[in-house]
Write a protein that binds this ligand. Structure first.
Ligand code: NAD
Ligand code: SER
Length: 315
């Protein structure tokens, strides 16, 4: 019997998630088996760690050639326009977020790729969804173009699985916090900026109000969740749209109090901007019991453990 080794393509490898996910995939599956790609120049943390190509996911022909030439069997599609940037140019956000996914799903079908990963977001939920402990299946009426594109993407994933047997898997990430690669224009980015500014200036002005609670997750948990989902046997995956995923929920006031345990002189001020309205339509906490049940999901970091690690690494 011939055993075919998986060859992985990461699209959007130089973004906030991509840098850390690519690094971990290379550690697990071998550097030479993980091809990183992005529109941008190679991220400094990826340089010298494995193969890299410039590729625009919107160019389906080029992407198709790349997949064939490198014998790719799995794709992680991370390229997207996030919530805050999306509201500034809705047509572009819709075009990129939808067409990138359709290009990848079509190629996966044509080339019979083994597995596809594509992230969705808590942004699929809207003001009519239950705000706390938001269930997997509930009213979903997103009001941002980012949320609309993620929800449509989830339906496409389920469709390609049901009709063409494409093994596509997905997580609805909460806001992700990390120190290795900068976030790319989301509403939850304040929870990354605050650590940088706490260390540099000992003060931060939040663009969300003090009691705006949002679901959040530290990047090591997000990377582990992604790989655990992708490694789970196909018969364990009962959700082919996208899994709810949860770790912690906090407000700007609470993250500030967590930072003050390490930097007592740190102060926070509040000046809301257009991102407040986006946050107002999102859940405050998420019920991820289906992920726990299907593939044993369990987060490791809470707010204080994350704060300690962020401050230590950024310092
Ligand atoms: P990011 O903006 O940091 O990175 C996206 C990367 O994609 C960038 O490096 C960008 O250069 C690249 N890219 C953009 N257009 C491209 C194109 N046409 N071709 C090739 N590459 C292109 O985003 P991220 O935070 O790493 O998010 C990755 C995925 O996870 C996205 O789908 C996002 O919606 C989702 N997500 C992220 C978060 C979060 O908090 N970071 C939360 C929920 C969901
Ligand atoms: N962190 C992302 C954003 O704020 C959520 O998908 O856009």
């Amino acid at each position: 019997m011939q055993i075919i080794k998986d060859r992985i393509l990461v699209i959007g490898a130089c973004g906030q998630i991509g840098v850390e996910l690519t690094t971990e995939l290379r550690r697990i599956y071998g550097s030479e088996n993980v091809l990183a790609s992005d529109l941008r120049e190679e991220h400094p943390l990826l340089k010298g760690t494995g193969p890299y190509v410039n590729c625009d996911v919107m160019n389906k022909e080029m992407l198709h050639v790349l997949v064939i030439r490198h014998n790719i069997t799995q794709i992680y599609l991370l390229a997207a326009i996030l919530s805050a940037t999306g509201e500034k140019n809705p047509a572009l956000a819709w075009h990129i977020n939808m067409q990138s996914l359709l290009n990848v799903l079509e190629i996966a079908r044509e080339e019979k790729l083994h597995k596809i990963y594509w992230p969705s977001s808590i942004a699929v939920f809207g003001p009519t969804s239950p705000r706390t402990n938001t269930p997997q299946h509930t009213i979903i009426e997103p009001t941002t173009i980012y949320g609309i594109s993620k929800y449509a993407g989830e339906r496409w994933c389920e469709y390609f699985h049901a009709h063409f047997g494409v093994d596509v898997r997905s997580l609805r990430y909460p806001g992700l916090i990390s120190y290795k690669s900068a976030p790319g224009g989301g509403t939850t980015d304040y929870a990354v900026e605050i650590y940088h500014e706490a260390l540099r200036d000992k003060e931060y002005t939040s663009f969300l109000s003090e009691d705006t609670y949002l679901p959040m997750m530290y990047m090591p948990d997000a990377i582990r969740a992604t790989i655990e989902l992708m490694e789970a046997p196909a018969e364990k995956i009962s959700i082919r749209s996208s899994y709810n995923l949860s770790a912690m929920s906090f407000s700007p006031k609470e993250i500030s109090a967590s930072i003050q345990k390490h930097i007592p002189e740190f102060t926070i001020a509040y000046k809301e901007d257009f991102r407040q309205q986006i946050a107002n339509g999102w859940p405050q906490s998420i019920d991820d019991s289906q992920a726990q049940k299907d593939w044993n999901w369990k987060p490791q970091y809470d707010l204080d453990a994350m704060t300690e690690d962020m401050l230590k690494n950024l310092a």
